[in-house]
Write a protein that binds this ligand. Structure first.
Ligand code: ATP
Ligand code: MG
Length: 183
């Protein structure tokens, strides 16, 4: 599966619907300070099921909703869709009925987050597992935040082990084991 498009609507500074096409090979995002480059990366992490508001540089998760400016009112919801090319039908069962897999997350003020896969309601956990198993999840080492290299160097052994497990693509198994132990 390959990311083909990221669609933002009311997410942080992207108040108007915005499509980011993700072509084959390398995609670069350039622009002046504050134009929203990091917000794009955060949208990608968020739609894959990020639960930590801090990782979104916010105090609460609703801080990802467009907060308004002098000239534009705040929005009531934020929505991000990640479109995946599934023409080789590699998506796991339950997600594998079409050539394109559209994962959408929407957060509404005072309501919280809801997820859809190809317009059908799914649970946050289903989406998190989908991407954790594909080694691209919200916590994937493929997504490197500013300052994260220093964090890795200074990490305690247990935290460093989690990072290595993500890289090895076994964190989905780790989460299932943890859930099994709780039962
Ligand atoms: P730099 O080059 O400095 O790293 P950047 O291109 O990564 O900048 P971002 O950090 O992605 O920029 O964007 C910051 C902008 O997003 C700020 O102008 C901030 O006001 C705006 N922003 C963040 N959250 C919201 C929100 N909820 N509503 C409206 N605007 C927001
Ligand atoms: Mg930035």
């Amino acid at each position: 599966m390959r990311f083909s498009k990221l669609r933002l609507n009311g997410f942080k500074s992207f108040v108007d619907p915005t499509d980011l096409l993700i072509a084959d090979g390398l995609t670069g995002v350039v622009g002046p300070n504050g134009c929203g480059k990091s917000n794009l990366l955060e949208a990608l992490r968020w739609v894959m099921g990020e639960t930590r508001a801090k990782a979104m540089r916010g105090g609460g998760m609703e801080d990802v909703i467009f907060a308004g400016t002098d000239t534009r009112p705040a929005r009531n919801f934020a929505e991000v869709s990640l479109l995946l090319d599934n023409s080789e039908r590699l998506a796991p069962s339950g997600f594998n009925e079409a050539d394109t897999l559209d994962i959408t997350r929407r957060i509404t003020r005072d309501v919280g987050s809801a997820y859809k896969a190809n317009a059908k309601d799914v649970r946050a956990r289903d989406v998190q597992m989908l991407f954790a198993d594909a080694s691209t999840g919200a916590h994937s080492p493929a997504l490197v935040r500013q300052g994260q290299i220093a964090e890795l160097i200074n990490a305690k052994p247990k935290a460093r082990r989690r990072i290595l497990e993500e890289a090895a693509g076994i964190s989905g198994l780790y989460q299932r084991r943890h859930e099994a132990e709780l039962k």
